[in-house]
Design a protein around this ligand. Structure first.
Ligand SMILES: Cc1cc2nc3c(=O)[nH]c(=O)nc-3n(C[C@H](O)[C@H](O)[C@H](O)COP(=O)(O)OP(=O)(O)OC[C@H]3O[C@@H](n4cnc5c(N)ncnc54)[C@H](O)[C@@H]3O)c2cc1C
Length: 262
């Protein structure tokens, strides 16, 4: 039996960089360094572990919807060990919201062919955590989200979800969409051999016409939500520094009481 896994990965602005909004109130992705969203590294890792633990012929495709530089996110996932990549890029995608992104991902996953889609629990910039559910709805397949452990057994995907009050063991028949959390295990670092091999691995580029998507289904103008205004958060102040000359404890208690922390 063969197993086709598609891992959705997002290219996000580097959180240590100077992230800011562009004039049209979308996130400025032009002059800011970007990288593979850290939470998607866990999704790539789980796909690799399913492949390593399987006797079947497993193929891992990483998929991103993003600007030209998003290729860096694909390259990182390929150097971790994914087999091939798909990059959906189109100027008309600028400012696309989660609803639109899920449409593009669904069409791309269908065109690529799949048995299992693995996503991260959320991106590290939009952080909405909704795309896997939207994607499963559009594909008309089951979704099993926020898994800390995932495995595939024949035609069934199984996993464990750790909630605050209970741990659930879940399963669904393939094809299905799952998302994994940052508790699903350390993501491997690409080896030098992996980085070199990634340079030769195929990256297909598709645009909206390849997916039969009309420009008025995506983009900032067609987004269901809009950012009306954005104001810089005030710079963090140094805070109150208490120099303990014997009264430090009292001063701290007074500080906490004043702010009703105690
Ligand atoms: C600061 C900020 C605020 C935003 N606010 C909104 C909003 O309120 N409403 C709205 O509809 N959109 C919003 N967006 C746009 C939204 O981020 C994008 O549409 C995005 O592609 C999907 O949302 P997300 O990043 O929150 O994804 P999540 O739902 O958090 O992503 C979950 C998983 O889906 C996959 N995924 C998400 N995006 C992509 C992609 N482009 N390519 C491949 N895989 C992907 C990844 O595996 C990811 O781990 C916002 C973006 C930013 C940066």
């Amino acid at each position: 039996m063969s197993l086709r896994i598609v891992v959705t990965v997002k290219y996000v602005p580097d959180a240590t960089g100077d992230r800011h909004f562009a004039d049209d109130l979308t996130v400025d992705r032009d002059d800011v360094d970007g990288l593979l969203s850290e939470l998607d590294e866990y999704a790539v890792e789980q796909a690799l572990q399913i492949s390593e633990n399987s006797d079947d012929d497993v193929e891992i495709t990483v998929l991103t919807v993003g600007p030209e530089d998003a290729k860096d996110a694909l390259r990182k996932a390929l150097s971790m060990g994914a087999d091939k990549a798909i990059h959906v890029e189109d100027d008309d995608l600028h400012g696309t919201d989660a609803i639109g992104t899920s449409l593009v991902l669904a069409k791309a996953v269908e065109k690529a062919g799949y048995d299992l889609v693995i996503s991260g629990m959320a991106s590290t910039d939009g952080t909405m955590g909704v795309v896997p559910a939207l994607l499963a709805e559009r594909l008309g397949v089951p979704q099993v989200t926020l898994l800390s452990e995932v495995s595939v057994d024949g035609g069934t995907v199984k996993g464990r979800r750790d909630g605050d009050t209970a741990t659930e063991q879940l399963e669904a028949s393939l094809p299905a969409v799952v998302s994994v959390t940052d508790q699903s295990g350390e993501a491997r670092y690409p080896s030098f051999k992996g980085i070199m091999a990634a340079k030769k691995k195929p990256v297909e580029s598709w645009d909206l016409s390849d997916l039969d998507i009309d420009e008025d289904e995506v983009g900032l103008e067609n987004a269901w939500t809009a950012v009306d205004s954005a104001t810089e958060r005030p710079a963090r102040t140094a805070g109150t520094i208490v120099k303990d000359e014997g009264e430090g404890g009292k001063q701290l208690a007074a500080f906490l009481a004043e702010r009703k922390f105690v």
